[in-house]
Structure formats: C-alpha cells, structure tokens
Design a protein around this ligand. Structure first.
Ligand SMILES: Cc1cc2nc3c(=O)[nH]c(=O)nc-3n(C[C@H](O)[C@H](O)[C@H](O)COP(=O)(O)OP(=O)(O)OC[C@H]3O[C@@H](n4cnc5c(N)ncnc54)[C@H](O)[C@@H]3O)c2cc1C
Length: 432
C-alpha cells in the first residue's frame, strides 16, 4: 500500500473532491479520505428502497464553479433542465421564473437596485445590518417579508433576521442567484464521480469508510502525516500538504489545539454557528404537483422550496412513481430549535401544497443541523480558508468566499486553495 502522498484531502464533499481533482489534474498524488461509504458529503445520494434521495444539495448551478471545475479537468455534468427550471408558487398561482415578465424582473431588478444603492447612499445597508432591518426601511408588507425569508431560506438556509443585508444585496446584484440550474441525472453523487476518477487516474487514491483521526506535525509545526482508521484498522500516511473538508472546527480537533497559536481554537469555536434545514422526501403513484424542477413558495409557515424528481430520465424513482423533496429552514436557523414543532410546520405546509400527500409514502425526513448542517456558516460569517499552519487549509461551506453559497461556493474554496498551493508548493519544489 502506498503511504506517501503529495496531499491528503480529508473528506470528499463538494470542496474536498473539487480540490483533489484540481490537484490530481496538475499531477499531484492525492489521497482522499472519506468517512462515509460514498463520496459527495452533503451533496450526495443514497438509495432508499429503490428511490434515490439527496443527502443535501438537489440542484447544481450551470456555469457555476462545480461546472467550471469539471470543465477544467475535461469532464462534464449530465443535468436534466426542467421547463421551467424554477417556479414561484404564489397562492394557487404557479409563475415560471425563467420567461416573460418574471424573468425580466429577475434579470433587471438587481441591476436597478445596484444602481440605486450606488447613487443614493442613504438606502445602502449599514455594516452589520440584517436583511430584515434593511427591508423594513422600504416596506412592512408581510407578503414581501415572507417572500424574502423564503428566498433567503432556499438559497442560504437562513432567514432575513440572520442574513446580512449587504450580502443579500451583493448576491442578488452580482452573484449567480441560482438563475441557471439543473438536476443531476442518477443523483447528485454523479457530479463528483468524474472528479474522483481524475484522482485515481493520476496515481492518487480515494478511501471510503476511512476516518482521519489525527493529523501529525513536524518540528516546524507543519502537517507531515495523518492517522486514519480504515475498515477497522489504524493506518498512517505521510503527506506534504493537507486540505480539510471536515469544517474548521473538526480541523482543529484533528490537529489538536496545540498545533495552532494560542486563542485560534477558541476563536474557531466561537465563530462556528451552523445553519439547519429539514427535508421531507416523499413518493406517490400519482403526480402530487404540477411544477417541474424547483419550486419556491411566496407564503408558507416554514417550507422554502420543493423539488420534483419524477422525470423518468432523472432515474430517481421506480417506473410509475413520482418523487418529491420539500424543505424548511427552522426558526432560529442556527442554534437550538424545537425539532418536533418545526417538522410539524413543514408537514402542514406540504399538505397544503401537495394534495394527496397523506396517501403518499414518506421515504425519509432529514434534519441537517449542528455537525451535519445545511451550511457550516451563514454566508457572510465564514472563516478564512487559510489556517495558521502553513500547509493546512480548509475548504467547504465553513470558509465560503464573501457573498457566495451552495456547492458552487465550496468548489470555489477549492479553486482558491489549489491556486495558493500552485504558487507556494509547486510540484517540482514539493518533490525536490
Ligand atoms: C438539505 C440541503 C439542501 C441543499 N441544497 C443545495 C442545492 O440545491 N444546491 C447547492 O449548490 N447547495 C445546496 N446545499 C448546500 C450544499 O449541499 C453544501 O454547502 C455542500 O454540499 C457542502 O460541501 P462541503 O464541501 O462543505 O463538504 P461536506 O458536504 O461537508 O462533506 C465533507 C465530507 O467530509 C467527510 N469527513 C468529515 N470528517 C472526516 C474525517 N475526519 N475523515 C474523513 N472524512 C471526513 C464527511 O463524511 C463528508 O462526506 C444544500 C444543503 C443541504 C443540507
């Protein structure tokens, strides 16, 4: 067994596998260590009685950094693009968001808002102001507030109370805002498989059911190896570089607080405040909704979005079945919440919007929270991807670039870290 690698990547989520693929594509020999029996982390797929359910992410942005990473390594995604891609459900009305007036408004309003906030400083958000406070300056309309809550919930797993107004403005005026999306055929896991293939094709390895227990350090306080529990056995590997996709808090735990300057471990703990999402996956033998792709909701108790996976070419459910996922952001979105009450609110919303739900089969109810969260940091509150250890970085949704979200932002963290590695640790120097 090879035990010496140029880089170890801890975790095969969107950030980890993107970093591993970029490094492997450039010739680095990479070991990816994944604790679970599948790659993809919170953007993966599991089989429940023949139904392919998401572990988290459902849509992938076309033209986003996941797409661009695949293009960079000479691969592509197989996405189903629904028509319309996104619908806004407003009472009984179903509004297609990618054509006509809604698409015009979606494409032009952010530009107008950007112009107005540039020329009228008084309407710019103040530093630290929440989206709720900022919005209150313009409208107290409950309908608008509910809609904004649900859009922020669907894209960032937060509410207007927690979400910084300047990030809201930045994302909707300059970000991609999930305008072009697709549902991966065969499940979200399929997006990452070509990345794992590039790792193994270039001399690296991907270990499943393997957990990094501890990182080891040399006298200069640089990572020089990892202790791994693999299929019940303890294995040690040596490495010159380490990228953690386990989240900044877990990175500290794996390293030990002594590996960092005084105060760093506490600072990471203090700044870690993950957000939650609850998802209900349900299936029926007749259609329960008419939207295709993704639906956003204007007015609900809690439900922020739903997705329809019934299209046969998605290969998500057995023939003759219709499969849906619907999700809510609990209140508060971070910290402790009443799980039973929050589940009930979501189920009540699903009953309202999916007539026949009570006769359907609930395949799973996922509460993604705490150490397996919706987002490790609400956008705007991320930690940096560098650590005080020169050859140890974090990637993933605890270290997203300012104003970004979702799997694309995790892939972007990988691109940024790998660019740093190319500059500081070019392969010739690393092996020389
Ligand atoms: C319900 C839900 C819906 C979402 N919807 C979307 C969406 O539609 N579109 C979108 O773009 N984003 C969406 N997101 C967000 C997106 O899924 C996440 O931001 C992203 O997948 C997180 O990726 P990551 O790089 O942080 O890695 P993670 O997903 O956190 O993966 C990290 C991996 O590291 C492994 N690991 C941890 N510790 C160790 C260790 N010590 N040793 C070995 N392995 C370890 C874990 O097992 C895991 O597989 C959604 C999230 C949720 C929860």
């Amino acid at each position: 067994m090879t035990t010496q690698f140029d880089a170890i990547v801890i975790g095969s989520g969107a950030g980890g596998i993107s970093a591993a693929a970029r490094l492997a594509h450039a010739g680095y020999k990479v070991l990816v260590v994944e604790a679970l029996d599948r790659i993809g982390g919170r953007a993966s797929t599991r089989d429940v009685d023949g139904f392919l359910l998401n572990t988290g992410a459902l849509v992938i942005e076309r033209g986003g950094m996941v797409d661009l990473t695949l293009q960079h390594i000479g691969k592509s995604m197989d996405l189903y693009i629904a028509k319309p891609e996104t619908s806004l459900i407003w009472g009984k009305r179903e509004i297609a968001m990618d054509s006509g007036l809604p698409a015009f408004a979606r494409d032009k309003v952010p530009g107008l808002l950007k112009f107005l906030t540039r020329v009228i400083p008084a309407i710019r958000p103040k530093p630290g102001q929440s989206t709720r406070e900022w919005l209150n300056k313009f409208t107290r309309s409950k309908t608008i507030h509910d809609l904004v809550d649900n859009v922020i919930g669907a894209m960032f797993a937060a509410t207007a109370d927690e979400f910084p107004a300047d990030v809201f403005l930045l994302y909707f005026t300059e970000g991609s805002a999930y305008k072009q999306i697709g549902l991966p055929r065969g499940g979200t896991i399929k997006v990452w498989e070509p990345m794992a293939d590039v790792v193994t094709a270039n001399g690296g390895e991907v270990w499943l059911n393997a957990t990094v227990k501890r990182l080891t350090f040399d006298n200069e306080k640089r990572v020089n190896g990892a202790e791994i529990a693999r299929d019940g056995e303890a294995v040690s590997v040596s490495t010159k570089l380490a990228i953690s996709n386990a989240g900044p808090l877990a990175t500290v735990k794996m390293s030990g607080a002594d590996a960092f300057p005084e105060g760093y471990a506490q600072d990471v703990a203090d700044k870690t405040d993950p957000a939650a999402i609850i998802t209900v996956h349900f299936a029926a033998q007749k259609p329960l909704a008419s939207f295709q792709g993704l639906a956003l909701y204007a007015k609900t108790r809690r439900m922020v979005y739903a997705a329809n996976f019934s299209e046969p070419s998605l290969r998500r459910c057995p023939p003759g079945w219709y499969l849906y996922s619907a999700a809510s952001v609990p209140r508060p979105a971070t910290g402790a919440f009443d799980e039973a009450a929050e589940k009930k609110l979501l189920l009540d919303d699903i009953r309202d919007y999916f007539p026949g739900f009570d006769d359907s089969m609930v395949k799973a109810i996922d509460v993604t929270a705490h150490d397996w969260p919706a987002q490790r940091a609400i956008t705007g509150y991320d930690l940096p991807n560098e650590t005080p250890v020169a050859n140890l970085w974090n990637v993933g949704d605890g270290v997203k670039p300012y104003g970004q979200g979702g799997t694309a932002s995790c892939s972007e963290t990988a691109r940024l870290v790998v660019e740093q590695i190319f500059k500081t640790y070019p392969l010739a120097r690393l092996r020389g």
